[in-house]
Design a protein around this ligand. Structure first.
Ligand code: 5GP
Ligand code: ZN
Length: 112
């Protein structure tokens, strides 16, 4: 039992539209997509944000990015895609289990 939403998804306790899963990483579609492709990539282990993750397991960051690139290929978003980690309240982070957003399938606006 956990009170973390993405730990619950990783454990299979809350369903998700899963695109890929390995021992350590999972990719699933965002429940409120902001683009035709909007996929979240998470480590199954709990880290609150990308800073905490890279400090503890930099190789796992590589696995997240590899998974994101594979998802982008599978989605066929040759026009381009964006990978971002919202980190902290000022960046709009609302789920404090680190996740990368993959966004693509439309022309994306400037950041900020
Ligand atoms: P953040 O704002 O923390 O960077 O992103 C959290 C993301 O999680 C949001 O884009 C939100 O739509 C997504 N989200 C929140 N709850 C759920 C859920 O239960 N399932 C899925 N698939 N996505 C969720
Ligand atoms: Zn968690």
């Amino acid at each position: 039992l956990t009170d973390c939403l993405f730990c619950s998804i990783a454990a299979g306790d809350i369903p998700a539209d899963t695109m890929s899963e390995s021992d350590r990483v999972m990719a699933f579609r965002d429940i409120s997509p902001q683009a035709p492709t909007h996929v979240l990539v998470i480590p199954k282990a709990h880290y609150p944000d990308i800073g905490a993750l890279v400090a503890t397991d930099a190789a796992l960051v590589g696995e997240l990015v590899r998974t994101a690139a594979d998802v982008a290929s599978a989605e066929g978003i040759e026009g381009g895609w964006r990978l971002l980690f919202n980190t902290g309240p000022d960046a709009g982070q609302t789920v404090f289990h680190v996740h990368a957003h993959i966004l693509g399938g439309r022309r994306l606006g400037a950041l900020g």
